[in-house]
Design a protein around this ligand. Structure first.
Ligand code: GTP
Ligand code: MG
Length: 197
């Protein structure tokens, strides 16, 4: 009944390394001056759900307040040996794998709490895989409004169309979290989705 009076819970979900934290950081930095968490080229950098409350986003003279929720990357296979190639020591790699597995569980646990979810995908990778289909299917089943972001549009290998055609029934937006390309369109989509909450 009073749902509209509360801050909108905006979740960032997706596979590891897609740029969830980078995107959440850019938004938080723009409107609060602070970041939400650390970014790394090593997958599973985020291993706990992290928040930023009262992020007031202003777009075309309108203001909306969000609770931003950045989540650990979801994957079906977490192997400590994958971290060794990033020069992570064996003991640390094993710890990272253990925490990453817990992180996946945490992400899924928090799903039901979200008002809106941005699914962040790396547009240089084939979007049509089990993890992405499972995340999006789960959101749809819970009737949570979804925006699919095809991130890393600055990279030559990125293919926004491939993401659009993998999930034609959902809103898809290409952008670069790293360079801030297409952020205005992102805010427009988020404001539009917020009306469905
Ligand atoms: N070229 C390019 N690189 C990006 C972009 N966004 C993120 N990255 C890089 O991708 C890597 C992963 O970024 P993160 O923001 O940590 O990704 P994440 O989805 O939070 O990853 P996890 O926390 O592991 O789930 C880092 O090296 C980022 O600098 C982008 O728009 N363009
Ligand atoms: Mg992260």
């Amino acid at each position: 009944m009073f749902k509209n009076k509360k801050d909108i819970k905006l979740g960032f979900y997706g596979p590891p390394n897609a740029g969830k934290t980078s995107l959440a950081n850019r938004i938080c930095k723009d409107f609060t001056g602070e970041e939400i968490g650390s970014v790394s080229k090593i997958p599973h950098e985020t291993r706990h759900v992290q928040f930023k409350e009262k992020v007031e986003i202003e777009y075309k003279g309108k203001k909306m307040t969000f609770k931003m929720i950045d989540t650990p990357g979801i994957s079906t296979k977490i192997d400590y040996e994958d971290f060794l190639k990033y020069k992570v020591k064996k003991k640390e790699a094993k710890e990272r794998a253990k925490e990453a597995t817990q992180g996946v569980i945490e992400s899924i646990k928090w799903l039901e709490d979200m008002d809106i979810v941005v699914v962040v995908l790396d547009a240089t990778e084939n979007p049509y895989n089990q993890v992405n289909i499972t995340i999006i299917g789960n959101l749809v089943a819970r009737k949570i409004p979804v925006l699919i972001v095809a991130n890393k549009s600055d990279l030559k290998k990125s293919d926004i169309k491939r993401v659009e055609s993998a999930f034609p029934e959902y809103d898809t937006l290409g952008l670069s979290a790293k360079y801030g390309d297409n952020l205005e369109e992102f805010y427009e989509s988020i404001f539009k989705l917020s009306k469905k909450v």
